[in-house]
Ligand binder design. Structure first.
Ligand code: SIN
Ligand code: MN
Length: 265
């Protein structure tokens, strides 16, 4: 898949692109079942909310076959290679649950703010590309973006170690207010299988999910191979140290898993 000139211009202006229904309902359902399998594992990579429900599973591409294939899926890898201009490696991989009723907040932040400060990633030549595994609606804790905020470089932030189980460099309310005055605030929503690509500098957050519907989203954080991290402070399964370029698989790489999932009923 190649991004058009118009899409590239929109990405440059807004800091994100949204692609509804990029993956089929069958692909999303198969990956959502894989997410349930992963959350059932007793592994250090699977983090839980204070209530015990899953929050996120890191590095699921290293211990689950469906997520391994998704980690090299051309619909995800090709557009990022196009924008970053060359070979890329997997900096981080997470399957975020935002569970029904108990899914907690992700505070306002920029991902590159954390990658620069904690991992010493030299430049923001990295970005997120995500796939919705559930329908994402206004009700179940969608991502919130401040369009255009990726143009501002690294914004001042404080290290929040207490709000949730996951430490994050977060922006003050005053800063978010100031940025949103200029850019507004949007929540891309759509059916399971939709894809969302966003700049590592884009300011974003998501509210808690008190709805009865889960909101699972899988995120690949992809970085140009020349721009790999220099500091190895965080766990290897949070900030990867394998800088091998990703070789995209075939577009139908999930098909046999979808067929097996359908056969299993
Ligand atoms: C993130 O910002 O990395 C995750 C936010 C979410 O899944 O809601
Ligand atoms: Mn983030």
């Amino acid at each position: 898949m190649k991004l058009t000139k118009e899409q590239l211009e929109r990405f440059d202006r807004d800091g994100y692109l949204f692609f509804p229904n990029m993956f089929s309902a069958g692909e999303a359902e198969t990956l959502n079942r894989a997410a349930a399998d992963v959350y059932a594992l007793d592994r250090e990579e699977v983090w839980r909310e204070s209530s015990g429900v899953p929050r996120t599973a890191f590095a699921a591409h290293t211990y689950n076959e469906a997520f391994r294939r998704l980690g090299a899926h051309p619909r995800l890898v090709d557009p990022v290679m196009q924008v970053l201009g060359g070979e890329i490696y997997m900096h981080q991989y997470k399957v975020n649950a935002k569970a029904a009723f108990d899914g907690e907040v992700w505070q306002w932040h920029q991902d590159y703010g954390t990658w620069a400060r904690d991992d010493d990633m030299p430049e923001p030549r990295a970005m997120n590309i995500s796939v919705f595994l559930d329908d994402v609606t206004a009700a179940n804790g969608p991502l919130l973006f401040i369009p255009g905020s990726h143009k501002l470089g690294i914004v001042e932030a404080g290290h929040d170690l207490g709000t949730t189980s996951y430490p994050l460099w977060t922006l003050s309310q005053a800063k978010v207010k100031e940025l949103a005055k200029r850019g507004g605030c949007v929540a891309p929503t759509g059916p399971a299988g939709s894809m969302l690509m966003f700049s590592s500098l884009l300011v974003h957050a998501s509210p808690p999910n008190i709805s009865p519907f889960g909101r699972t989203i899988v995120y690949l954080s992809l970085c140009h191979v020349d721009n790999h991290i220099r500091k190895f402070k965080r766990k290897e399964w949070i900030a990867h140290r394998d800088f091998t370029p990703i070789v995209p698989l075939a577009d139908d790489c999930l098909d046999e898993l979808v067929a097996a999932s359908v056969a299993a009923g």
